[in-house]
Each structure stands twice: as C-alpha cells, then as structure tokens.
Design a protein around this ligand. Structure first.
Ligand code: E4P
Length: 274
C-alpha cells in the first residue's frame, strides 16, 4: 500500500494528521522549518527549536521523519548528517537525513558529486538517507546506487520547470497534465520528460527493471489530482503539504450529501442511535 507522508514542519498540522491515523511519515526541509519557526515564534518569541524538533519526532514515533542538511560540500553534509542523527535519532529512532542529489547552486561547479558521496558515506554508517531535489531519472538511479533509502523526485517543481522554460504563467497549485502540454504539434519537455508524473513513472520503471530496493518518494505534490496520478504511477510514498492532505478528503457533493442526510434524520432513527 502506498504510504502517505506530510510535507510539513508544523507540529499542529502533524498532530492533526497523526490523530486521523493515516500518517506514515513526515518530510521537512529548511524552507518548511523556516515557515514553522516564523509561525511559532509569533506565539512564543523564545521558541527552542531543538525541543520543538524533539517534540515533533516524538509525535511521529514509529514513522520516518526527514531532516535536511544545509551544507554544500561533502564534509559539511556528512558532519551535519551525523550531528542531526546523533542529536535527534535517540529521541524516537525515526530520523532520516535528507541529502541533496547535487549541492551545486550553479550549473558549473566542482562539488557536483558531493551529494552522492555523502549519501554513500552516511548509508554505510547506518544512517538512513532520503535523497532530495531529484529532477531526472538519472539522478534517481545514482541516488539509489549510492545507498539512499528514499529517493525523492520533485514532481511539482518538474512541472514548474517545464512551464518556466517555456514562459507559461501559472499558479503554484495549478494542475499540469501528466501527458505534458502541447503547443502546436510539439509536447513541451525537459530532456524528454514531459511532466512530473512522467519523471516519477520513469524512475519507478528503472527501479523495477533494476530490482532497486530504495523507495520512490513522490515529493513537491501540488494538488489531489497529482496525488492520484502519483499513486497510479506506483510511488511507494507520496508526501503532501497539509493543504493537499485536506483536499484529498474534500468533495462538494460529499459536503452536500452530509447536509441533506443530517437534515433528513427522523427522531425515531435518532433514538435508535442513543
Ligand atoms: C520534499 O521532501 C520537499 O520538502 C517538498 O516536497 C518540496 O515541495 P515544494 O516544491 O512544494 O516546495
């Protein structure tokens, strides 16, 4: 069964999903931590982030929680990975260290293989790794080959990229057809990948052919239709922001039906349920 993770560092959102009983894990990143810190610092200016993360891990006991490194060299990433794991894994034994597939911030740089080196190092030291920022099937294959337990294709950002390079205006939550966008006779692509779901499908297929054990974690999911397509594509895990999690349960006719059924309850039936 496909697993559902929450893509959030917001403890209230995580608690709520945990209470609903469908939460299989959590993914965070520095941007999500920033968002949570800003929110909770408003309530408590002396927020202790270490304790906050520990509380979050306890709420998720038995479910993997990914915490990301911030460095961009091999040494920085392995040192931070070890620190994160040592500091936090003792709390609930559920920490996965998130390592970018390639820490370069420019197209040309010298540290392009530091991500896979860090994955290999941490994995061989029994620290489970979630390899993040995957935008090509090739990156996914190398992440898995280096030992990543989770490999995270950013399917929404792949759609963004295809729209951006073709100067198409869109809102973050806009649906992007999994077959790609056709302009004239040409389907827009990124090195023959036509959508985030197409990227995901190719990774799932490569892992199947190669009998790769790493789990494919569909990340950067923007709406419920993309969630469904990710499940159909064979993702092992889908991580969703809280807004998409709520969308998964919502339909106008469900609400309308609820209203009508509630209005139609007769006293005799009500009495039977007491
Ligand atoms: C995954 O682990 C990332 O935190 C995340 O899915 C990124 O999503 P975004 O593209 O919506 O920021």
């Amino acid at each position: 069964m496909v697993q559902i993770f929450l893509d959030s560092a917001d403890i209230e959102e995580i608690k709520e999903a945990r209470r609903a009983g469908i939460l299989d894990g959590v993914t965070t990143n520095p941007s999500l931590i920033k968002k949570a810190v800003e929110k909770y610092k408003n309530e408590n200016p002396r927020l202790d982030l270490e304790q906050y993360i520990k509380d979050l891990l306890i709420i998720c006991k038995g479910k993997p929680v990914s915490l990301e490194v911030i460095g961009n060299t091999f040494e920085e990433m392995i040192n931070e990975g070890v620190v994160l794991f040592k500091r936090f894994n003792k709390v609930a034994k559920n920490v996965y260290v998130k390592i970018p597939i390639n820490p370069c911030m420019e197209k040309e740089c010298t540290n392009y293989s530091d991500g896979i080196k860090a994955i290999k190092y941490l994995s061989s030291h029994k620290i489970p790794v979630n390899c993040t920022l995957i935008l090509t099937p090739e990156q996914a294959l190398l992440a898995a080959k280096s030992g990543a337990r989770f490999v995270s294709p950013f399917i929404g950002r792949e759609d963004d990229y295809i729209r951006e390079i073709n100067k198409i205006k869109f809102k973050k939550e806009d649906y992007f057809t999994s077959e790609g966008i056709k302009i004239g006779r040409k389907i827009l692509d990124d090195n023959s990948i036509v959508s985030g779901i197409n990227l995901l499908k190719e990774i799932v297929e490569i892992f199947r052919i190669n009998k790769i054990k790493s789990k494919v974690l569909a990340a950067s999911v923007r709406n419920k239709r993309q969630f469904r397509e990710a499940a159909l594509a064979g993702a092992d895990i889908i991580t969703v922001p809280y807004s998409v999690y709520k969308e998964l349960l919502t339909h106008e006719k469900t609400a309308e039906g609820m209203k009508k059924f509630t209005e139609d309850v007769v006293e005799e039936y009500k009495n039977l349920l007491r």
